[in-house]
Design a protein around this ligand. Structure first.
Ligand code: FE2
Ligand code: FE2
Length: 387
C-alpha cells in the first residue's frame, strides 16, 4: 500500500523483510497518527543504522506497520536480496508490487508522457527486474510457473502478464545460454516487462476486454508494437546500463511469427531479434498456463503440446526445444489441439481459441552450431530420468 502525505509518498513493508544486524540502506518510518483517516509519518530509524532482531520484535509489538519513503523503494528492493530467512515468495511479492507500481505510472492515463516520467519508470522497472534476476536466476521454467501461481494477481491483465513474461523470459534466457551475463538476463526481463508498452495508447476498454473482439478492435490492438516503438523513439531515454535497442526490438517484434505471418512487419526467422523470440515463447506459455479469473488454463503437458504445434509457424523451433527440455515434459500429444497463428497471448481471453489440431508436431534438435549460438542446453539432472 502506498500512502501520500504532503506530496511525500510512503509504502508499507513487512516486518519479515527488514534487514537485521546490517546498516539499513533506507530510513524507517511509522505512522504515528491516532486517526484512522489521517497519517503522520515519523522516522524511527535513519539509514546507515543497524537494527537488531530484539529491536525489531519490539517494533512489531509497538507498531502496526513500518513504512519507507517511495523515493527509497529502489534501495529497499536491493536490500531484499541480503535479507536472511525471507522466502522467495515474500521477496517476489514485493518485487511484483514494485513492478506493478512502475507499470501503473505509465499505464494510468492521468498524465502526459515526458522524458522524465519514462526515464524514471524504466529505471524503476530495471530495479524490479534486477531483483527478479536475483530471485529466479537458478529457477527452471516450472519453478517460475509455481512462483507465478503462488503470487496474487491483479485485475489488470497487462500488469500480471507483463511481470510473468519478464520472469519466464529471464528463465528461458538462462536455459538457452547458461553462461548468459547478468546484463543479458536483465535485458531479457526488461523486454518481457515492457513488451506491451504500446498498449498505453490503446483504450482500456479494448485491452481489458476478455470477450471476442470486433475486427476493428483487433486492428487497433495490432498497432501496439508500433505505438510502443514510437514512444521509445520520441522520448530519448538514456541509461548506460540499459540497452534500449534490445527493448525496442522486443516491443516492436514480439508479435512477429517465425514463419513471417506475424505483425507489424512480417519479419521471419532470425530477422526477429532473439530477445523478441524468447519473449514470444514466454508470452505464449503465460497466456495458456497462468490461471486467470476469466478462463481455464491448460496443463503443462497440454500447453507444451499446443505450443509444439505452433513451432516453425509462430515460435522458434530451437528456442522452443530448449524450453521443452527445461520443462522436461515428454510430448506425447494427448489433447490434439492447437491455437491459430494469430492467437494473441498479450490479450485476455474468456475462452482460449483452441481448435482441433491440423498441424503436426515438429521436432527440432539442437545442433553443434546452435550450441555455439545459444550455449549448452540446460537440463535439470534431477529430472533427467523422465526425458
Ligand atoms: Fe503484445
Ligand atoms: Fe504479451
Amino acid at each position: 500500500m502506498t500512502v501520500i502525505d504532503q506530496k511525500v509518498s510512503y509504502f508499507s513493508i513487512s516486518f519479515g523483510l527488514v534487514l537485521i544486524d546490517k546498516p539499513l540502506p533506507y530510513d524507517l518510518y511509522i505512522n504515528s497518527s491516532t486517526h484512522a483517516s489521517r497519517e503522520k509519518f515519523v522516522c524511527i530509524l535513519r539509514r546507515d543504522n543497524a537494527l537488531s532482531s530484539s529491536e525489531l520484535i519490539n517494533f512489531r509489538e509497538k507498531y502496526y506497520q513500518l513504512y519507507i519513503k517511495e523515493d527509497q523503494r529502489d534501495l529497499y528492493l536491493r536490500s531484499l536480496m541480503v535479507v536472511d530467512n525471507a522466502e522467495d515468495l515474500e521477496k517476489a511479492t514485493v518485487i511484483k508490487d514494485s513492478a506493478i507500481k512502475y507499470l501503473q505510472t505509465i499505464f494510468e492515463r492521468d498524465h502526459e508522457f515526458s522524458n522524465e516520467l519514462l526515464d524514471e519508470t524504466i529505471e524503476g522497472c530495471k530495479e524490479s527486474v534486477e531483483s527478479m534476476v536475483d530471485v529466479i536466476q537458478d529457477y527452471d521454467i516450472l519453478d517460475v510457473q509455481k512462483l507465478i501461481a503462488d503470487l496474487s494477481f491483479h485485475d489488470f491483465y497487462t500488469y500480471d502478464h507483463s511481470i510473468n513474461v519478464a520472469m519466464y523470459s529471464i528463465s528461458i534466457m538462462k536455459a538457452l545460454k547458461p553462461e548468459a551475463s547478468r546484463h543479458e538476463l536483465v535485458m531479457a526481463g526488461m523486454g518481457g516487462l515492457l513488451h506491451d508498452l504500446g498498449k498505453v495508447k490503446i483504450p482500456t476498454s479494448i485491452i481489458n476486454n476478455p470477450g471476442k473482439l470486433s475486427d476493428d478492435d483487433f486492428m487497433i490492438i495490432k498497432k501496439h508494437p508500433g505505438f510502443g516503438l514510437e514512444l521509445l523513439n520520441e522520448h530519448k531515454c538514456d541509461h548506460h546500463e540499459i540497452n534500449f535497442d534490445i527493448i525496442k526490438r522486443v516491443v516492436g517484434e514480439h508479435h512477429e511469427n517465425y514463419n513471417g505471418t506475424g505483425y507489424p512487419n512480417k519479419l521471419e526467422g532470425k530477422e526477429i531479434s532473439v530477445f523478441a523470440r524468447i519473449t514470444a515463447i514466454a508470452d505464449f506459455y503465460d497466456a495458456i498456463t497462468t490461471k486467470r479469473s476469466y478462463h481455464e488454463v491448460l496443463s503443462t503437458e497440454d500447453a507444451l503440446e499446443v505450443m509444439a504445434r505452433s513451432v516453425g509457424r509462430k515460435i522458434d523451433p530451437k528456442i522452443f526445444e530448449v524450453f521443452r527440455k527445461n520443462v522436461n515434459v515428454i510430448l506425447d500429444g494427448k489433447s490434439h489441439q492447437e491455437l491459430p497463428d494469430d492467437f494473441d497471448p498479450c490479450h485476455p481471453q474468456n475462452v482460449l481459441p483452441l481448435e482441433k489440431a491440423a498441424a503436426k508436431i515438429q521436432r527440432s534438435d539442437f545442433t553443434k552450431k546452435d550450441k555455439l549460438d545459444f550455449g549448452k542446453v540446460k537440463t535439470d539432472p534431477k529430472k533427467k530420468k523422465a526425458s
